[in-house]
Design a protein. Structure first.
Length: 408
């Protein structure tokens, strides 16, 4: 590992010398990004990138990451120039990165009694939105202290649109969506009396609102689609549940632990289509169960998971928990987003494509997810259900067992 400090600087020149001395004492190189400071002066012992005008924190961070890549650095420790972050705690994040070099290591702020109440409340609101956007609770995207794996970060951040205050939040959300590993460590945050903030209450809060509206668009679409169509699908679900009860008895629901976002387990619900007892899935699948599967009516209880936030309408299908240790590093990225009722793999062959191709489709979706792509997938899903295509692989009730692949 080859790491350096990455410090974006705008209007914090008074606080910078003290922080710079502390960073130099750690023995790591320091890279400053002068983001258009009109009264910039030289700071010995640090590399400097100059922006002719203020381009925003996001542009500054990406400039620093590109410089780090060009000069052979593998990791960059981002720390804000205002001196609010504890340097020893930032080094603790770097130690976590040394043990997990492919992970983004985010600082989780530990606020002292000097923290303004509005900052604490703002962080709670942001954590709620990140939960809605990613399905992961408790992640703090506002802390400007973190360790980026340089090459992977530049690949992920190509999709970032935020240039200013919202960049730190969007960077975390995009990383989580990518399915790459992430960790967090505590970082003490101080608010000195003589400190200075670039935060502008009206402008930046409006920016945060617009950012979260954009990042939440998929979640909002899911909720709107499911709730507005509830009068259509709920009676069908109720009638099918009664039919299952009459045809096969209790229980009506099939319940099984499946991996959700990040591989965290949740209990999946489907209408039961098989008899209890011994035998293969194909042998236990009833005639009525085949009908439910051919029309995808057995999947209707999963719409309740969409409402609760455990699933999405579109995403990689939730497979079996025992498959988790069999995935390659690339295949594991399919768990970067909420699992879906349908997905890119389902409209490209469903259960008739190989496991390898299915996972390629899943990871492609993770890297290209968009609201328009979801609409396209849903439209193709309706056609495949009506035409009853790809319901099962040859000789199987659905799909054969996945036995794993080796990392390339």
């Amino acid at each position: 590992m080859k790491a350096l400090w990455l410090v974006p600087v705008y209007r914090h020149l008074r606080q910078l010398p003290k922080l710079l001395q502390r960073l130099r004492d750690t023995g790591l190189p320091v890279l400053l990004i002068d983001d258009g400071n009109p009264d910039w002066s030289d700071f010995p012992g640090a590399q400097v990138i100059h922006h002719p005008r203020n381009l925003g924190k996001g542009v500054a961070i990406v400039s620093g990451l590109k410089w780090a890549r060009e000069h052979g650095y593998t990791h960059a420790v981002q720390i804000d120039a205002d001196g609010q972050h504890d340097v020893d705690d930032a080094l603790g994040l770097l130690r976590l990165a040394e043990q997990n070099p492919s992970a983004l290591v985010c600082g989780y702020p530990v606020l002292g009694p000097d923290a303004p109440a509005v900052r604490s409340k703002g962080r709670k609101i942001t954590r709620f939105f990140i939960w809605q956007e990613t399905g992961i609770k408790g992640e703090d995207g506002m802390c400007g202290c973190r360790v980026y794996p340089v090459a992977a970060a530049l690949e992920v951040l190509r999709r970032a649109r935020s240039r200013r205050m919202g960049f730190d939040i969007e960077a975390v959300v995009l990383w989580l969506w990518s399915g790459r590993p992430w960790l967090k460590g505590s970082v003490r945050v101080a608010y000195p009396d003589d400190g200075f903030s670039n935060f502008r209450m009206l402008r930046d809060n409006l920016g945060f609102f617009a950012l979260h509206a954009r990042l939440c668009s998929k979640r909002l679409f899911d909720l709107a689609a499911v709730l507005l169509t509830l009068p259509l699908w709920l009676p069908v679900l109720a009638a099918a549940a009664l039919a299952v009860r009459f045809a096969m008895g209790s229980p009506v629901l099939f319940r099984q632990s499946r991996p959700g976002v990040g591989g965290a387990p949740f209990e999946l619900w489907k209408l039961r289509t098989m008899r209890d007892g011994d035998g293969s899935d194909a042998e236990r699948l009833t005639r009525f169960g085949k009908f439910l599967r051919s029309c995808s009516i057995d999947e209707l209880p999963e719409l309740l998971h969409v409402i609760s936030g455990k699933m999405s309408l579109v995403g990689p299908r939730p497979l079996l928990m025992r498959y988790l240790p069999l995935y390659t590093r690339e295949q594991r990225r399919r768990h970067g987003v909420r699992p879906g009722i349908t997905g890119w793999a389902q409209v490209n062959g469903r259960n008739t494509v190989s496991w390898h191709d299915k996972f390629v489709y899943d990871v492609w979706y993770v890297d290209h997810r968009s609201l328009w792509l979801d609409v396209k997938i849903l439209a193709r899903t309706v056609w495949m259900v009506l035409s009853r295509q790809g319901i099962s692989a040859d000789g199987e009730a659905t799909m054969g067992e996945f036995t794993g692949e080796e990392d390339a």
